[in-house]
Write a protein that binds this ligand. Structure first.
Ligand SMILES: [Zn+2]
Length: 620
C-alpha cells in the first residue's frame, strides 16, 4: 500500500467519527431509526465542514444489513462493498469537474432499476450548484417522480445558486463551520493514532488557521508531520504556516498602544527577519485587532466563538490595554494599510510609516484620554480664545505675541508679524538667562525651593487616591504599572508624593524613574495643585538618583508654563483651523536654547509662513 494522506486515512466511516454538526447527525440517525428516509437532501455549508463525509456515512448506514444499530457495522457485505468502492448503490457525481448533463441523463436511466443487494441506491452530487441548467432540469424531473429506494444527497457550498424548484424538493441541512476545539480534538485523535507527539498549542494553531474546515486542518497536520522531526511544537507550525504567534501580536499591539514606535519597529523587523511578509504581518495584526475591537464593543461572544480557552483568556486580557476608540482607530488604519499594500512597491515602508503614525496618535491619546483631561483641554482652549479676542483688540502682552490668521474667522483679512526678529531674539535670550538662573538656584538649594513650593501646594486633608492613579497608569502603560506595583506604599508629604522602592527592587526603581514625567502627569490629574513626584530607593537621601534637570524643571512653574505654550498654540490652531504666523518669544527661546520638545517643525513653519506673508505684503 502506497502513501495514503491522513485525510483519506481518517475519513469518517461512522456517525461517531464525524466532528461537529451534532444536529444533523441526530436528525439523520433518527430518520433511519424511525424509517423516515427523504428522497432528497441538500447539505449546504462551507468547504471542509463534513458534507460529503456525512453523505457517505449516511449512505453506508442506509445500506448496512445490521438492523440492531443505526451506525454502519463495517463488517456486513454491503458495508464492505461500499468501503472498497465496489458497490453499485453508492454513486458519487462531482458536478464541479463535469457540468453534469451526461451524468444526469445516465442517472435518469439508472434510477428506473431497483437497487441490488437490498437497501438504497444513494446518489451523492457534490457541488451541485455547478450543474448546467439542462442538467438541473433533468435532475428536477427525477426529483418530481422519485422512484422508491433512491436517495439523492446534494452537497453545495453555494445553496443560493441552486434553482428553487430543486431546493423546494429537498430536506435541507445547513452545516456550520467547525470550532477550534472540535477540530483540535480530531487532530489529537489522529496524532495519537499515528504515534505523533505534539504540544496542544501546536494543534490549536492548526485548528485556528484552518478557518473552521476539517479538510484543511488535516492536510496541514499531514504536512507538519512529514516535514518535521520530533514533536509538533507551536514554532514548527508557525514556520510551516508563515503565521505570527498571538503573543507576538499582542506585544506589537501593546507597543502601539503605549506609543512606543521603537518597540513596534523592532518587532516587525524581527518578524521580517524570520521570513514573515508585510502582508502577513498586517493581516494577522488586523485579525487580532478585529477581535479586540469586538471584545471592547460587547462582541466577546462573536470574537471568541469557536476558539480555545487559552486564546479567549489572552484576548480578554489584551483588550484591557486599549480604549474603545483607540482600538477602533488602530483597526481603521490597518484596514486602509491593508488595501494600499496591494499597489505598493515598498510595502515595508508603508507598514513602518503606519506604525509610526499609530504610535504618535497613541502618545497623543495618552495625554488627553480621560474625560477630565478633555475637560481641562476645553478650558484651556476657552481661555486661549478669550486672550485671542483681547489680542485682536490690541492688548498685546510682551510674552504673548501670538498672531493667527484663521480661515474661518478672518476670511480675507491677513495679519502680519509685527515684532521684529531682533526683539524676539532679545526676549528669548533674556528668558533663557532667567531659566538658567532658576535651575541653578533649584540645584543649589533644593530644600528651600521645595519648601517654598510646599507652602503653596499642600493639599489639606487630601487622601492619596493611589489605587485610582495606578489604575489609570495601567490603562495607558501596563509595563510602568508593573514596575510601580513593586514600590512600597506611597505617601504624600509636604506636597510631594514619595514613591520608595525596596533596595532589592533597584531595577524597578530605575525603570520607574525613566517614566517619571508620565507618572507625574497622571498623579497631577488627581490634585488641584501641583504635586511633585519623588522616586527613590528606600533609605536613599532626598535627591539621590533624581534627575536634577527634570526635577528642577518640575519645580519651576515658569518652565512648565513655557513647556505648554506651543501645545496651547497648536490646540488653538486646530480649533480655529488657522495657520501660525508668528510664535511667541518663548517658543523661539526654546528653539535656540536647546530645550526642545519636538516643536522645531512648528517654529520653522511659522517663520517660513511669516516670510512668505511678508513677501506678499511687499508685493502688494
Ligand atoms: Zn454493515
Amino acid at each position: 500500500m502506497g502513501f495514503v494522506s491522513l485525510y483519506r486515512k481518517y475519513r469518517p466511516v461512522k456517525f461517531s467519527d464525524l466532528v461537529g454538526q451534532t444536529g444533523v447527525v441526530k436528525t439523520l440517525k433518527n430518520s433511519i431509526r424511525y424509517d423516515r428516509i427523504a428522497h432528497a437532501y441538500l447539505f449546504a455549508g462551507p468547504r471542509g465542514t463534513g458534507k460529503t463525509s456525512m453523505a457517505k456515512v449516511y449512505a453506508r448506514a442506509l445500506n448496512c444489513r445490521d438492523d440492531e444499530e443505526v451506525e454502519p457495522c463495517g463488517v456486513c457485505d454491503n458495508c464492505r462493498r461500499i468501503e472498497s468502492g465496489q458497490s453499485m448503490d453508492v454513486i458519487e457525481i462531482d458536478a464541479a469537474s463535469n457540468r453534469g448533463i451526461d451524468e444526469i441523463r445516465e442517472l435518469r436511466e439508472q434510477v428506473k432499476y431497483q437497487p441490488g443487494e437490498g437497501g438504497y441506491r444513494v446518489y451523492i452530487i457534490d457541488e451541485v450548484h455547478m450543474l448546467t441548467d439542462q442538467a438541473f432540469n433533468a435532475l428536477l424531473k427525477t426529483l418530481e417522480e422519485p422512484p422508491d429506494n433512491i436517495v439523492f444527497i446534494l452537497a453545495t457550498t453555494e445553496p443560493h445558486k441552486v434553482i428553487s424548484t430543486v431546493l423546494s424538493r429537498c430536506q435541507r441541512f445547513d452545516f456550520s463551520l467547525l470550532t477550534e476545539p472540535e477540530i483540535a480534538k480530531r487532530l489529537k485523535y489522529i496524532c495519537s493514532e499515528e504515534n505523533v507527539e505534539y504540544e496542544t498549542e501546536a494543534l490549536n494553531m492548526i485548528a485556528y488557521s484552518s478557518n473552521g474546515g476539517m479538510r484543511d486542518a488535516i492536510s496541514i497536520l499531514d504536512q507538519a508531520i512529514s516535514f518535521s522531526v520530533g514533536a509538533l511544537t507551536p514554532e514548527k507550525i508557525e514556520d510551516l504556516l508563515g503565521k505570527i504567534n498571538i503573543s507576538v501580536l499582542s506585544e506589537l499591539a501593546a507597543s502601539i498602544s503605549q506609543g512606543s514606535s521603537s518597540d513596534s519597529l523592532d518587532i516587525i523587523k524581527d518578524l521580517q527577519q524570520r521570513g514573515r511578509s508585510v502582508d502577513r504581518i498586517v493581516s494577522d495584526l488586523l485579525d487580532y485587532m478585529r477581535k479586540i475591537v469586538l471584545v471592547l464593543n460587547d462582541g466577546y461572544e462573536i470574537a471568541t466563538s469557536g476558539i480555545s480557552e487559552a486564546r479567549k483568556t489572552r484576548l480578554k486580557e489584551d483588550s484591557q490595554l486599549f480604549s474603545r476608540s483607540e482600538a477602533g482607530k488602530i483597526m481603521q488604519e490597518l484596514i486602509e494599510l491593508d488595501s494600499r499594500l496591494r499597489y505598493a512597491d515598498r510595502p515595508d515602508i508603508l507598514l513602518e510609516s503606519s506604525l509610526i503614525r499609530l504610535c504618535e496618535n497613541s502618545a497623543g491619546i495618552q495625554e488627553t484620554s480621560s474625560a477630565a483631561g478633555i475637560e481641562k483641554l476645553q478650558r484651556r482652549v476657552d481661555n486661549l480664545e478669550k486672550s485671542l479676542e483681547k489680542l485682536t483688540a490690541g492688548e498685546k502682552g510682551e510674552d504673548q505675541k501670538v498672531q493667527i490668521s484663521s480661515r474661518k474667522k478672518v476670511e480675507n483679512k491677513k495679519s502680519y508679524p509685527e515684532s521684529s526678529e531682533t526683539s524676539k531674539k532679545e526676549t528669548a535670550e533674556k528668558s533663557i538667562e532667567r531659566e538658567k538662573t532658576e535651575k541653578k538656584e533649584a540645584r543649589e538649594s533644593p530644600d528651600s525651593s521645595a519648601k517654598e513650593k510646599i507652602s503653596e501646594v499642600e493639599p489639606e486633608g487630601v487622601d492619596l487616591p493611589w489605587q485610582k492613579i495606578l489604575h489609570e497608569i495601567r490603562s495607558h502603560d501596563i509595563k510602568t504599572h508593573a514596575k510601580l506595583k513593586e514600590s512600597l506604599p506611597p505617601r504624600l508629604e509636604d506636597g510631594r508624593l514619595i514613591l520608595e522602592f525596596p533596595e532589592e527592587k533597584e531595577f524597578h526603581c530605575n525603570q520607574a524613574r525613566k517614566e517619571k514625567q508620565f507618572i507625574s502627569r497622571v498623579v497631577n490629574k488627581n490634585f488641584d495643585k501641583g504635586v511633585e513626584v519623588i522616586i527613590r530607593l528606600q533609605g536613599e537621601s532626598e535627591f539621590d538618583g533624581e534627575d536634577l534637570d527634570s526635577s528642577s524643571a518640575n519645580q519651576s512653574q515658569e518652565a512648565e508654563d513655557s513647556n505648554q505654550e506651543p501645545n496651547l498654540l497648536k490646540e488653538l490652531q486646530q480649533r480655529l483651523g488657522g495657520e501660525i504666523i508668528t510664535v511667541s518669544s518663548q517658543a523661539v527661546k526654546k528653539c535656540q536654547g536647546g530645550n526642545n520638545h519636538g516643536y522645531e517643525e512648528d517654529d520653522a513653519k511659522s517663520s517660513a509662513d511669516a516670510e512668505e506673508d511678508a513677501a506678499e505684503a511687499g508685493g502688494a
